[in-house]
Design a protein around this ligand. Structure first.
Ligand code: ATP
Ligand code: MG
Length: 229
């Protein structure tokens, strides 16, 4: 595919959305065309399923049924948003993807082989070339989310945010394990550091992974100029 596919993973409040916005600015400063999207959701059909999943309205389906809905949403997202953008030659930056299902539904006890089967059909071969895992203790991420919801209109915690601290901590461990198992595509960055530090680490991971495809000679200055505006 002519474009490039980068996914961002990590627990609640790790800084995924913040860093995706920054990486978009960086890539655009290098003359690249960028599409930012998210899961669950990212296409009109999948956003409908997102609302059902995050409201907890379909929690009664149980983890296996929920996993199927995540897969249905992902299939639509891949077909109508991600794949067309990659075909157009864009950089696709996706806020959560298949790894979140492995971790969240895996933690909830859904069988690994079953999840693999759903993943294979949903992604239809569209797999990230690089996955940035922003690693952070669950407690710190949740505190950030709580602070954020005081200042925006996102309301209370969603179906997944609202779970117990030990659940969030288990998810964190699963993400880190996954990154070790598939080290060929993962870059793990320390999410407890300040946003500038995290952004720099992510830019380095992108430059390393896509060496030769980005004209990064004076990239640092270019981004500083753009962000200063
Ligand atoms: N490195 C950082 N240090 C301190 N605060 C941060 C940092 N990165 C992001 N924040 C703040 O923490 C909150 C959560 O960040 P952000 O929304 O980017 O995380 P997220 O991973 O997208 O969260 P969610 O899982 O809820 O989507 C925001 O209010 C953001 O401004
Ligand atoms: Mg976010």
């Amino acid at each position: 595919m002519p474009g490039h596919f980068i996914t961002f993973e990590g627990g609640e409040g790790a800084g995924k959305s913040t860093q995706i916005a920054r990486l978009k600015v960086y890539l655009e400063s290098l003359g690249q065309s960028v599409l930012v999207t998210r899961e669950p959701g990212g296409s009109p059909g999948a956003e409908k399923i997102r609302a059902l999943l995050l409201s907890g309205e379909v929690k009664d389906l149980g983890p296996r049924g929920e996993a199927m809905l995540f897969a249905a949403a992902r299939a639509d997202h891949v077909d109508t948003t991600i794949k067309p953008a990659l075909d157009r030659g864009q950089w696709v930056l996706c806020d959560r993807y298949a790894d979140s299902t492995r971790v969240y539904q895996g933690e909830a006890g859904v069988d690994t082989d079953y999840l693999k089967l759903l993943e294979t059909t949903a992604v239809a071969g569209v797999r990230p070339e690089l996955t940035i895992l922003i690693d952070i203790p669950a407690e710190i991420g949740l505190k950030r989310v709580a602070r954020r919801s005081q200042t925006d209109d996102s309301g209370g915690p969603d179906r997944f945010e609202g779970e117990a601290l030990n659940v969030h901590e288990r998810r964190r461990r699963l993400f880190v394990e996954l990154a070790k198992e598939e080290a060929f595509r993962f870059a793990v960055v320390d999410g407890t550091k300040d946003p500038e530090y995290v952004a720099t680490a992510i830019r380095k991971a992108v430059s390393d992974r896509f060496a030769g495809e980005l004209n990064t000679a004076d990239d640092a200055q270019a981004v500083t100029r753009k962000e200063a505006r």
